[in-house]
Each structure stands twice: as structure tokens, then as C-alpha cells.
Design a protein around this ligand. Structure first.
Ligand SMILES: [Zn+2]
Length: 236
């Protein structure tokens, strides 16, 4: 089992370099005892970067939690037992941390006013695309969402990360808003991310304070089927 270093706290999401040991080595991958790389999932793309060790170096092109924490690499894989030094491509990751944190905010803004759920999201660097349902918006509504998001962002809110039992989370978090029914029943402890009043289970990476998000600018609104609206925005 790989220990993912960014899970612990908001500060831990800023770990850019780390030392680890290779637990398993395949033709084009390694599994590490710990890692600062974010594995693809939840609409957030995989981190990329480098592994270096005594006498070798490899590019990390993809990390998959579903495949047991495999770090897929280009180049020869170091054997099990090797001490490696990992470095993540920070610029890319940081842009996605900003996008991810802003997604919590826009999702709660839309939920608070229309009770529309976030039914899909894709995060990019400093940009995101979110699908809401059931929701139909006028141009005025879109403008309001943008303003309300920026009002909340400008409050310079500290992002909190902590653990709750499933029961506690069901009581405190928005079960419906956060799609908690989709979490496997086997998961008993949940990593909670709190941005202001918004409490949601989430395993992604976030900035420490909303002031790091910048200004949210909605660039597109699309109808994606019956009562499904897609909003695309960028952070400037
Ligand atoms: Zn999150």
C-alpha cells in the first residue's frame, strides 16, 4: 500500500519532492511505499514528474491508484528495494490545485441557490468544466454565479482537511450535494475537505487558502441534454 503524502493536511499538498522506497518493480512501472504524486481520479488528472536514484532516472508519465499505485515510467525501472527521490511537475499540479479548490466553491454556490448537483467535472490547470443537474441558466444567472464565486474566494478562507467516520460525515456534510451515496459502503473513514461552510468528502489536492485561487471567469455555458448544464471557467 502506497502512502499518499498529500492526504494528511493542506500543507501536505505542497510537497513537491520526497524520498521513497520501491516496493515492486515491473517492466514499465514501480510501486512506492510513499508518494507525493496525485494518481488520476475524481476528475483530476495524474501528476507527472521524475524519479531519480543512484545511477538512474526515469520520467513518471502516469500514476494509477486503481492499479495499486503504479507509477508508470519511461526508461528502465529501478528494482525493488531501491531508494528513489521523486519530484513532481509542480506548475501543472498547482494549477490543478487551484482548479480543484474553486470547483468546491462553484459546486456549493450552485447547490445553495438551485439545489442542482455536480454530476460531472474535469479539472485542468487553472481551468475546469463542471456539469450540473437539474439546472437551466440564463445569462444573468451565469453572471451571478461568477460574482458569488468571486465573493466567496475573496473572503480568504483557509481550507481544512480532517477525518470523520462515515456516520459523522453523513450528519455534517451534504450527503446529496456531495454524492456521498456513490462512495463504497466499505469506506468507513472519510477524508473531509472544508471550504467555509461547505463540507465534503474528497481525496483531491487543494490550495491552503482561497486567496490562491485568483479570479474565476466563466467562459462558456452549454446545454448538455435535458436540464443538464455545463459550465467552463478559467482562473486568472
Ligand atoms: Zn476536493
Amino acid at each position: 500500500m502506497t502512502e499518499y503524502l498529500y492526504m494528511k493536511s493542506p500543507d501536505a499538498c505542497y510537497v513537491k519532492e520526497f524520498d521513497a522506497e520501491v516496493l515492486e518493480s515491473g517492466e514499465d512501472y514501480v510501486i512506492l511505499d510513499k508518494s507525493a504524486f496525485y494518481p488520476e481520479g475524481g476528475g483530476q488528472p495524474t501528476d507527472t514528474g521524475y524519479l531519480k536514484w543512484n545511477g538512474g532516472e526515469a520520467r513518471v508519465v502516469r500514476v494509477s491508484k486503481r492499479e495499486g499505485g503504479r507509477h508508470y515510467i519511461e526508461g528502465d525501472a529501478p528494482p525493488a528495494g531501491t531508494e528513489v527521490h521523486g519530484t513532481i511537475d509542480w506548475e501543472h499540479r498547482y494549477g490543478r490545485m487551484r482548479a480543484h479548490t474553486s470547483q468546491h466553491i462553484i459546486s456549493s454556490v450552485v447547490w445553495d441557490r438551485w439545489h442542482a448537483k455536480t454530476v460531472g467535472n474535469q479539472l485542468y490547470e487553472n481551468r475546469a468544466r463542471i456539469d450540473f443537474h437539474p439546472l437551466k441558466l440564463t445569462e444573468e444567472d451565469v453572471k451571478w454565479i461568477e460574482e458569488e464565486c468571486n465573493r466567496r474566494i475573496s473572503q480568504k478562507i483557509d481550507v481544512k482537511i480532517y477525518e470523520l467516520t462515515r456516520e459523522e460525515a453523513e450528519e455534517k456534510a451534504g450527503v446529496e450535494r456531495c454524492n456521498m451515496e456513490l462512495l463504497p459502503k466499505s469506506v468507513k473513514k472519510l477524508r473531509i475537505v472544508q471550504v467555509g461552510d461547505e463540507i465534503c468528502p474528497c481525496a483531491g489536492t487543494h490550495v491552503k487558502n482561497t486567496s490562491e485561487i485568483g479570479t474565476l471567469k466563466i467562459i462558456k455555458k452549454e446545454n448538455k441534454g435535458k436540464m443538464r448544464t455545463r459550465i467552463t471557467y478559467e482562473l486568472v
